[in-house]
Design a protein around this ligand. Sequence first.
Ligand SMILES: [Zn+2]
Length: 229
Amino acid sequence: MQPGVTNENVAVIPVVFFDVDTQRDFIMPDGCLSIKGADRIEPNLFKLSDYSSTKRVAWFSTMDSHVLDDMEISSEPDFKTTFPPHCMNATAGEERIAATFHPNPLVLDMRTRSPVEPWPYIQTHFDSIVFKKNNIDVFSNENLDRVLSCVKPSVFVVFGVATDFCVKSAVEGLLLRNLKVVLVKDAVYAIDQDVEKFLFNDWERQGVKLMATEQVTNLNPHEFEDLFK
Ligand SMILES: [Zn+2]
């Protein structure tokens, strides 16, 4: 049997760290779709990883993973909806950077899996859940909604890249589902810094809490929900 998730035994957990696309091709200066300056967030990503392993906080990752036939991949990209080849399946570029590397993830690809294992099993046997995607929207991987139907984090702490693309899509998908979001403002990085400024304001208006890494790591996991009271 493949490991997966089941709708039985809904688990409510205080917080999940939601790590968006912190992959080599986006963050490393020599990556195929490198975001200039994004490697500056690495020290903060290390701090978030350390915190989550010390405090045993659940860790979800999104993972861009492409084949050449994907709609998003183009030899004449417009850098809005199409991009040059990046995070190609089974290349080093799709791997996570050292700061967010988890050696033992449950990897859920775009295919829907039959429900199998409850959250306590996943938590015991894996160090994180990876949701693969072949476009900007992680919720296009239906496994994310399936996991969220049986694991109910009270608060989502979101960070990663790029603020103005996949982080934006993740935050908006969470808000659409009426979920509580903390955005770690110094552990995200945008392609366009002006767009990031606009998004920060827009998200704050919608109830997202913008916090620095240091503020996040000074809280205990159960204290995140109090931010929204
Ligand atoms: Zn992509």
